[in-house]
Design a protein around this ligand. Structure first.
Ligand SMILES: Nc1ncnc2c1ncn2[C@@H]1O[C@H](COP(=O)(O)OP(=O)(O)O)[C@@H](O)[C@H]1O
Ligand SMILES: [Mg+2]
Length: 228
C-alpha cells in the first residue's frame, strides 16, 4: 500500500504542439507538476492557456512531444497504447464538464462500466460497489434511472461515482462544475474532494470558479503554456 501522502502523479518538462503547418502552436512549453495522494489541486488560468491539454497528457489520453508523465512511480507517457490504456483504467478517474455518461444506460450501469473494463471483481461485487458509490453521492434511490432521467447535477454526481469506481490513485477533473448552478457546483466539489481525501486520492481539477479554487489545497495559475 502506497504511503498516504506519496506522489500519485508527476510530470516533468512536458511539451506539446498542436495543429498543423502554419497553425502549429506550442501549447505546453515545459510544464512540471506533481500531485500527492490526499491533496486537491486547482489549475486555473485564462481560456486557451493549455489546461485541458495538460490534463489530457496527465490522463494518458494524449502523448507529449517532450517530457515525461509518471504514475505511481512508473514512467508511462512513452509506453505503448495497451500499457497506457491499462494504466488509465486502473489508476485514473476522469470527470469532465460534459459528463459523457451513457445516457441510454442506468446510473448503476454507468458506474459499473469502468469495473467491467478492469474486470477484477465478480458481477455481484461490481453491482454492490456501484450501489455503494451511488449511495455515497446521494443517489442511492436513483440507481435504476437512465441518464436522460437525471438532472445535470445528478448526472455529474454519477460521473463522480464512476470516476471512483476502480479506486484510482488520481482523479482528473476538467471544469467538473462548469455547467452547474452554485448549489450543485458546491455539492459536486464537496463530494469529489471528501471522497478523494477519504480514499487517499490525488485530485487535479481545472476550474474557473474562484470559490472552488480557494477551497483546494493548492492553486496553480497557468499562463501561455506554463505554470506562473
Ligand atoms: N487541434 C488543435 N490545433 C491547433 N491548436 C489547438 C488544437 N487544440 C487546442 N489548440 C490550442 O491549444 C491551446 C490550449 O488549448 P486548451 O488546452 O484547450 O486550453 P484551455 O483548456 O486552457 O482553455 C489553445 O490556444 C487552443 O486554441
Ligand atoms: Mg479547457
Amino acid at each position: 500500500m502506497a504511503d498516504a501522502h506519496s506522489i500519485a502523479i508527476r510530470c516533468t518538462n512536458l511539451h506539446r504542439h498542436l495543429g498543423q503547418g502554419d497553425n502549429r502552436v506550442h501549447v505546453l512549453k515545459g510544464v512540471s507538476f506533481e500531485a500527492k495522494r490526499g491533496d486537491v489541486y486547482a489549475i486555473v488560468g485564462p481560456s486557451g492557456c493549455g489546461k485541458s491539454t495538460l490534463l489530457y497528457l496527465l490522463g494518458l489520453l494524449d502523448q507529449p512531444d517532450g517530457g515525461e508523465v509518471w504514475i505511481d512511480g512508473q514512467q508511462m507517457s512513452n509506453s505503448d497504447d495497451l500499457a497506457r490504456t491499462a494504466a488509465r483504467g486502473q489508476h485514473i478517474g476522469f470527470v469532465f464538464q460534459f459528463h459523457f455518461l451513457m445516457m441510454e444506460f442506468t446510473a448503476l450501469e454507468n458506474v459499473m462500466m469502468p469495473m467491467r473494463k478492469l474486470n477484477k471483481l465478480t458481477p455481484p461485487q461490481m453491482t454492490e460497489r456501484a450501489r455503494m458509490l451511488l449511495t455515497s453521492v446521494g443517489l442511492g434511490d436513483k440507481t435504476h434511472r437512465l441518464g436522460t432521467q437525471l438532472s445535470g447535477g445528478e448526472q455529474q454526481r454519477v460521473a463522480v461515482a464512476r470516476a471512483l469506481a476502480n479506486q484510482p490513485s488520481i482523479i482528473l477533473a476538467d471544469e467538473p462544475t462548469g455547467n452547474l448552478d452554485v448549489k450543485n457546483s458546491a455539492m459536486v466539489f464537496d463530494l469529489l474532494t471528501s471522497l478523494a481525501k477519504e480514499n487517499g486520492q490525488a485530485v487535479v481539477l481545472v476550474t474557473h470558479n474562484p470559490e472552488i479554487a480557494n477551497r483546494c489545497d493548492s492553486v496553480r495559475p497557468m499562463r501561455d503554456g506554463l505554470f506562473v
